[in-house]
Design a protein around this ligand. Structure first.
Ligand SMILES: [Zn+2]
Length: 418
């Protein structure tokens, strides 16, 4: 039997409908609807319309009715298309050392860096990893995030990577947000691997990726293309192999040096993420491709370095998504909305450009066509903020907390005092 739910009145509904997937968006381009109701049927949007007209219809359908007596602004449920929230341990020591002037190498020598997280994640049981993911997902949901990409990449052996991906899947079964898992076994060459980068990547392609497919653990493969990680020439055969096995590709690109974004373009990746080091050459190449550029302001804030050239990417015609990169090393904050608002202020992005980056353009980076827009037939994933003016949301830089997060037609978070 069909299950209906109804939400209204919504003072201002920001549907994000009918906006371009690529390029700049004018400040006044948002089609704002006032005093709306949303009717969900089996988790999908059945109808959006004037509250007074839609409410009687919802009642007749036997919907679970949610009436709001204070002004609320609705956005599509936020989408965080790049995180590393499956990990164990803390890197607070690294953070303090870095801010006190230690170099990357000095921190690594003191036992810090990615390898520290690898060691702790390997020591953790699957259950511990699941609990860590679940806690972090809960925080994201309270900020209005309803879809979260989660990468592996702290296991770096076949069995440890599988452990991480299983933990992500099991956590995903019990949390109300959708978790989209990605295999990032090509994060770094593990220190304890007795072989070259090329041999490690061949092992991943021949051994790990087929097991992931067998167990149905992930459809996505990511790689860190960077000096000190993997070179473009080493990584391309691995990504081609992954594509051949049916995986979708995404790339950590141009974070400190360029080269990664061209890899993403060459293997028709869904997205190229980071891009802090991209120059006008990379910006225009990305704009001419269908690769979504993903800015990760949380990493810029965590490392105290420059931001992704978001304005230049949009002006050149690229698609721009914004994600939290939530990870224990460079981006421990994990507050998508705060980071998107800060990027917007720093890079001079319009309100719709920022909203697009955390809704339908982030959905495109994950190749998901059923979310990121409030429209009939899409998922009823929605976040409601306590205001009657959508501009208040970015103005408060994340401190205006949602009062409700709705996932597939159900309230999955409500602010305690709401
Ligand atoms: Zn990352």
């Amino acid at each position: 039997m069909a299950e209906y739910s109804y939400f209204g009145p919504i003072a201002e509904l920001v549907s994000m409908d009918a906006l371009p997937l690529k390029g700049a968006i004018q400040e006044n381009a948002l089609g704002l609807l006032t005093r709306q109701g949303v009717l969900a049927r089996n988790g999908m949007i059945q109808e959006i319309g004037e509250h007074e007209k839609l409410l009687p219809f919802a009642k007749k359908a036997g919907a679970e009715i949610h009436i709001f007596d204070t002004p609320l602004v609705a956005l599509p449920g936020l989408i965080d298309c790049h995180t590393h929230i499956c990990f164990s341990g803390s890197r607070a020591r690294d953070y303090a050392l870095r801010n006190a002037g230690s170099t990357y190498l000095e921190i690594a020598k003191a036992g810090g860096g990615i390898w520290d997280t690898v060691t702790r994640t390997r020591q953790a049981s699957e259950g511990e990893l699941i609990r860590g993911i679940t806690t972090r997902v809960g925080k994201h949901i309270s900020q209005g995030v309803t879809t979260i990409e989660v990468k592996s990449g702290y296991g770096l052996t076949t069995e440890e990577e599988l452990k991480m991906l299983r933990a992500i899947r099991k956590a995903g079964d019990s949390v109300p947000a959708d978790l989209i898992s990605t295999c990032l076994a090509a994060h770094m060459l593990p220190r304890d691997y007795a072989g070259s980068s090329k041999e490690y990547l061949e092992m991943l392609g021949n051994e790990l990726l087929p097991r992931i497919t067998e167990e149905g653990l992930s459809k996505r493969v990511d790689a860190f293309v960077e000096e000190g990680a993997f070179s473009p020439s080493d990584i391309l055969p691995y990504l081609e192999k992954a594509k051949g096995l049916g995986f979708e590709i995404t790339v950590h690109a141009d974070q400190f040096t360029t080269g990664g974004s061209q890899v993403a373009i060459d293997c028709q990746a869904l997205s190229a993420d980071h891009l802090e080091a991209s120059t006008s050459k990379e910006v225009s190449a990305l704009a001419q491709s269908d690769v979504v550029a993903v800015a990760l302001p949380g990493a810029s804030l965590g490392l105290g370095c420059g931001f992704t050239p978001a304005r230049a990417l949009l002006d050149a015609g690229a698609s721009l998504a914004i994600a939290s990169d939530h990870n224990p090393g460079s981006a421990p904050m994990g507050q998508l909305l705060t980071q998107a608002a800060i990027l917007g202020a720093r890079e001079k992005l319009t309100t719709p450009e920022v909203f697009a980056g955390i809704t339908f353009r982030a959905a495109a980076a994950l190749n998901l066509s059923d979310r990121g827009i409030l429209r009939k037939g899409m998922l009823t994933d929605m976040v409601l903020f306590p205001t009657n003016d959508h501009r208040e949301i970015l103005y408060h830089q994340g401190s205006l907390q949602p009062v409700y997060t709705i996932k597939k037609g159900k309230i999955v978070y409500s602010k305690p005092e709401a």
